[in-house]
Design a protein around this ligand. Structure first.
Ligand code: ATP
Ligand code: MG
Length: 438
């Protein structure tokens, strides 16, 4: 009896053709984030549930309805991480990192889990590339993070993104603003969902982030926090803007940008994919990066009083864009060796393995068969050269390499179509041709 299974809804398999794109954008991240002074951290996928309730905030979408929470066999409530900041802060505090360095820059890359309504660019397991800096309250730190995002999006080839920027002021300016908002939303009470009413009661600022249709007009006319923030936060915001101007990074001020987590103060930002023409491949899920400052969080999670700022990018959305823009192709093997059935087959296969062990990408068809078929296979996998290993080649100690990048109808006497290379020089010969255009 056989039984067929499907993957969990909202959790995707990434198959090899997609992985080529993923590896490319992950590789660029490791280099660029390294240039900016960030070190990688890896935390577990599950944490104590209370960590997220406490840090993300009880009145957020994440905590209210999106967490994968379960009891383990020891009766502990665990949650699959819905975001990366809280785990990173937990690790930073738990390992006393602040005691050994005044300034810390970390980045992480890994799967996150949210029980969400799925559509394009919105999944239940998705990947984030994020960065955090602890120990600097200076606007220069906010800007180095924004600059890093900006440079990264350019480097992977996602050009048409718009930077949205806002300041939420400090926590002291919050209560007065919450009251103003409560008064503002009061007349819309009748049209609101039960859920939104609860939010209005407990944390009206969260309503600005709501996607509820009936609320959009009220959100649009709501007073902006940016107008009433404290002087120190305003000066900080002006500094952020001046530094961005100096770097030539364009932005739009977006006074409604409160972001989905509770702990933000001062700077918040998002990068949103907005192509100037044609269809938006991400539809309504156009935000590819979100971040901001969260100066009270480290202390709130039992750590030292260290300011923090960070961002997280959605890699699924970026990989989709990069894939759609056709920039993620992997290279094929440098050489494909055709083999004959018979006593020389072992020698040929040994040659393939030896070349692989010497750092070359070399392929062959383990099923053997007709040489024409093997040549077709070499074409199919995108090999640069095809060479047959038979009696004659073995006797002469030479492989005749056929350049597969030339058009099919190239005459056999065309210079460069065939080249004889002694077997013992093959590795070094191929290595010198590894880089650069064919
Ligand atoms: P949204 O308003 O779209 O729900 P969010 O505020 O919940 O976004 P963040 O928590 O800021 O998102 O996460 C940072 C980034 O991670 C997002 O900008 C997005 O690119 C990506 N992301 C968030 N949730 C998902 C998801 N369910 N599937 C894929 N990517 C996601
Ligand atoms: Mg969300």
């Amino acid at each position: 009896m056989s039984q067929k299974f499907a993957g969990v809804k909202g959790m995707n398999d990434l198959l090899p053709p997609q992985i080529a794109t993923w590896q490319r954008i992950e590789g660029i991240a490791r280099n660029l984030f390294g240039n900016y002074g960030f070190s990688e951290v890896r935390t577990p996928v599950a944490e104590d549930t209370a960590l997220f309730v406490r840090s993300v905030g009880e009145v957020t979408d994440i905590v209210k309805k999106e967490m994968y929470t379960f009891d383990d066999k020891g009766g502990r409530s665990l949650t699959l991480r819905p975001e990366g900041t809280a785990p990173a802060v937990r690790a930073y505090v738990e390992h006393g990192v602040a005691a050994t360095e005044p300034l810390t820059r970390w980045f992480y890359l890994g799967p996150m889990f949210r029980y969400e309504r799925m559509k394009t660019g919105r999944y239940r397991q998705f990947y984030q590339l994020g960065a955090e800096v602890w120990g600097s309250a200076d606007a220069a730190t906010d800007v180095e993070l924004i600059s890093l995002c900006h440079a990264y999006l350019q480097a992977i080839g996602v050009p048409e993104v718009v930077l949205h920027l806002n300041s939420l002021g400090d926590e002291a300016s919050r209560p007065a603003y919450q009251e103003t908002l409560r008064a503002h939303f009061q007349p819309f009470l009748a049209a609101m969902s039960e859920d939104a009413r609860g939010t209005l009661e407990r944390n009206p600022m969260r309503l600005l982030d709501s996607k509820e249709e009936a609320l959009q007009a009220a959100i649009a006319s709501a007073p902006a926090l940016l107008e009433v923030i404290d002087d120190a936060s305003r000066a900080h915001f002006d500094q952020v803007r001046r530094l961005l101007d100096a770097l030539g990074i364009a932005y739009v001020i977006d006074p409604k940008l409160v972001r989905g987590l509770d702990y933000y103060v001062r700077t918040t930002f998002e990068f949103i994919y907005q192509p100037r023409s044609g269809e938006n491949a991400l539809g309504t899920a156009g935000t590819v990066c979100g971040g901001g400052r969260y100066d009270g969080l480290v202390k709130g999670l039992g750590g030292p009083d260290k300011p923090g700022v960070g961002f997280a990018m959605g890699l699924d959305r970026l990989a989709m864009l990069v894939g759609a823009l056709g920039q993620g192709r992997a290279g094929g093997p440098q050489l494909f060796v055709g083999t004959f059935d018979g006593p020389l087959r072992e020698t040929a296969i040994a040659l393939v393995m030896r070349l692989r062990n010497q750092g070359l990408m070399v392929d062959f068809d383990p099923r053997g068969g007709k040489l024409g078929r093997q040549n077709e296979r070499a074409d199919k996998v995108g090999a640069r050269y095809f060479a047959v290993y038979g009696q004659d080649e073995h006797a002469r100690g030479v492989l005749r390499l056929k350049d597969l990048t030339l058009p099919r109808d190239t005459p056999d006497d065309h210079p460069g179509k065939y080249q004889d290379v002694p077997v013992e020089q093959l590795a070094s010969w191929l290595l010198t041709r590894k880089e650069g255009p064919p």
